[in-house]
Write a protein that binds this ligand. Structure first.
Ligand SMILES: Nc1ncnc2c1ncn2[C@@H]1O[C@H](COP(=O)(O)OP(=O)(O)O)[C@@H](O)[C@H]1O
Ligand SMILES: [Mg+2]
Length: 365
């Protein structure tokens, strides 16, 4: 396997920047998810790595080789697509063998490689079947097997699970993760599903509007989103974002709202708030870091309950603060009713503050 490097990669269609100066290093053996909403440039980025479309500017390296001007077939990469693209009239064996036959490998060598890949993926018992005689999950494994026999330097996968039903997706998610661990493969995996990215990837590259927003481990992206887009895109239910005013009072900064409540910030959050370019700040909080009180409590802000959604393990409550929806999770035995007034307490060690103008996260140092 090999390391994959993108340097200032740009792809334009007319005046549209599908990919805008993306630079990214995927280390040898790393699983990187390209994640973001539909149209943000994930597929285009992957296709540029594969060489399937011409690049407007920038460079791509696979291992030590500059592959920017190489044909896809000379880049030693394997792609796994959403629709598997299996040959319906060929047996599983021949589906796996086909890329090797194209390379004119000797028959016994093809046989050896196909059987090794089938063993890795636990599909040996399916080798004589046709694709239509396989379940969605089995077809997925054959598609992986066909990529595997080519002994590529990296695997590129574009939403490979999106055709599967919800249950199978979760199962195949685990399978692909296992595949990565067993092979120590370099994988670039495109998905619009933030949960897939968070659960599977060593690192995630969060994209929006053709730009790379943040590139880090899922844990770091979750704990320290660099801006409001990343903060609201990663995590479910989404991080709540409440626009407030920051007012200096003595040594401290106090968040104030048109509704009349005030929230004095801790010393650390005061330092962050002072970094803002304006007095307009956005307070961010994840559902799991917010506490609800039935009665007024110190530091708690009044809010009106909008919806209550029990899921069994956990109940999600949506409340309104200053017109902003705030997601809160509570244990299933907590009784809360729509339209009730509750008091919301934020954990100051775990809130996020953003500059409302630039949308960037405010950091203390
Ligand atoms: N062949 C094309 N011609 C014109 N615009 C394109 C083409 N392919 C992609 N785009 C545009 O580039 C942007 C990124 O597309 P894409 O990479 O497919 O997004 P994603 O995979 O993240 O959904 C979109 O705005 C899309 O409309
Ligand atoms: Mg796409």
């Amino acid at each position: 396997m090999a390391r994959v490097v993108l340097k200032d990669v740009v792809k334009t269609y007319g005046s549209v920047y599908a990919v805008n100066r993306v630079s990214l290093t995927v280390e040898d053996g790393e699983f990187v998810a390209l994640v973001g909403p539909s149209g943000c440039g994930k597929t285009t980025t992957l296709n540029l790595v594969a060489g399937l479309i011409p690049m407007t500017s920038g460079e791509v390296f696979i291992g030590d080789r500059d592959v920017t001007d190489l044909d896809p077939k000379d880049r030693d990469i394997a792609m796994v697509f959403q629709n598997y693209a299996l040959y319906p009239n060929k047996s599983v064996f021949n589906n796996l063998a086909f890329p090797l036959q194209m390379r004119k490998l000797a028959k016994d060598e093809i046989d050896k490689k196909v059987r090794a890949a089938a063993k890795t993926l636990d599909i040996t018992h399916l080798l004589e079947r046709r694709p239509r005689e396989l379940s969605g999950g089995q077809q997925q494994r054959v598609a992986l097997g066909r990529a595997l026999v080519r002994d590529p330097r990296a695997f590129l996968m574009d939403e490979p699970l999106s055709n599967l039903d919800a249950k199978l997706r979760v199962q195949m998610r685990t399978e692909i993760k296992r595949f990565h661990q067993d092979l120590k493969a370099t994988i670039i995996y495109v998905t619009h599903d933030q949960l897939e990215a968070v659960t599977m990837a060593d690192k995630m590259a969060v994209m929006n509007g053709g730009f790379l927003q943040q590139y880090d481990t899922p844990a770091n992206v979750f704990a320290h989103p660099v801006n409001m887009f990343v903060a609201s895109f990663i995590g479910s239910p989404a991080m709540s974002l409440i626009p407030v005013d920051a007012t200096t009072r003595g040594d401290a900064v106090v968040l104030t709202s048109p509704e009349g409540w005030e929230l004095p910030l801790s010393a650390q959050n005061t330092a962050k708030a002072r970094k803002s370019s304006t007095s307009k700040i956005v307070l961010g909080a994840r559902h799991s870091t917010v506490r609800l009180h039935h009665a007024p409590a110190a530091g708690a802000i009044p809010a009106k309950v909008y919806t209550v959604e029990p899921t069994g393990d956990i109940t999600f409550v949506q409340v309104f603060i200053d017109g902003a929806v705030v997601n809160v999770s509570v244990p299933p035995n907590v009784v809360i009713r729509p339209d009730e007034t509750v008091y919301v307490e934020f954990d100051q060690d775990r809130i996020h503050l953003f500059d409302a103008e630039t949308t960037n996260a405010l950091a203390a140092d």
